[in-house]
Design a protein around this ligand. Sequence first.
Ligand SMILES: C[S@@+](CC[C@H](N)C(=O)[O-])C[C@H]1O[C@@H](n2cnc3c(N)ncnc32)[C@H](O)[C@@H]1O
Length: 357
Amino acid sequence: MVDVIRTIDRVGKWSLNRAVGRRRPLIAVFSLTHYCNYFCPMCPFGDSDKQGQIKLASKNDLTTEQWKSIFDKVSKYCIWSIIEGGEPTSRPDFMELVRHLDSLKLPITLITNCSLLHTIDLDELKRHIQFITCSIDSVFEESYCKVRGVTPQTYQRVMQNLQILNEHGVPHTFNSVITKFNTREFIDKSYFRKAKDLGVNSVSLTFVEDRSDVDYTLLPDRDTIVQVCKSVLEHIQSREDPQVMIPLQYFEQIIEHGRGMYDECGVWKSIFVNGNGTVMVPCWKYSSPQNTYSLLEKSVEEIWSAPQWEIAKTCHDCQVLGCIWYSSQPVTTFAQNYMMGLSKMISQRAPEAVEQS
Ligand SMILES: C[S@@+](CC[C@H](N)C(=O)[O-])C[C@H]1O[C@@H](n2cnc3c(N)ncnc32)[C@H](O)[C@@H]1O
């Protein structure tokens, strides 16, 4: 279970820092590996040259001990951790890393494509993590395979693994990235019906943020985006399960302005650690050697005092990226939804899982 005393302590320290004008991270995101077994066109890890990616990962991925030392450093600040990648479950030491994070009392969300979950001891996993975010962009084989660049066999494997999650009582939610390939199921709401049938009571939805390193867009056209937003809003207002974990203001703003609105980017509230232990300031959009700091060599304080954080004060480059929009909202919007989401997750946990955690 989440250690409330620890959380209050970290939030207190964070607020004191804020009061004296110092920014510090609260959420930790660990991108455990450069390797992913998927080919998603919207994602830099979807690289089709898997041999090259494996080489890159074996050369640059942190070792088990290096990750542990980074977890130790970051846990002093953060109230929650997210492990992702690449595909985090592809690391042979995946469970060892999860165990270490848990020993630091950092609550854990695992983001995974779910294709390798059958290779993992889920009974042990559920003792260490709070919940899994399953990247299920589409609940239909054809669109899923298009968005994720995988075969129907992989889709079937994922569907079986979702069933295994249910059987083992592992709390999980779905996340869908909306691209031009999967709008229909949101417009006709079949995504919500099927997600419920597949055993989840909450979903997270975000429009695709186009990559700057490719010459194609995956965003649907404006009319279709508006149709999707209206339909999602109808679903939210119906209060039916599954609950949408992104506040309705996100969809309202996209209808009205064609993008999410925020005054100041909140990217500094989370620390995003790349597979090689580096942190880019203020974020990956400003990737360059002079904006890249190694967390193996530097402290969180040193990195969070870097002058490049000033860029985030005025940058409005991310148009529809849900996590950036969310972290840039007033603290009240954030807290309200955090509490709502947490209670939903806790209610989904099997009694046995709650007792053991
Ligand atoms: C980079 S993946 C890594 C974890 C894991 N391999 C997975 O597929 O869930 C983490 C999340 O980022 C999302 N994502 C990737 N590219 C994106 C983009 N261009 N816009 C919005 N979300 C994106 C994925 O769909 C996934 O839910």
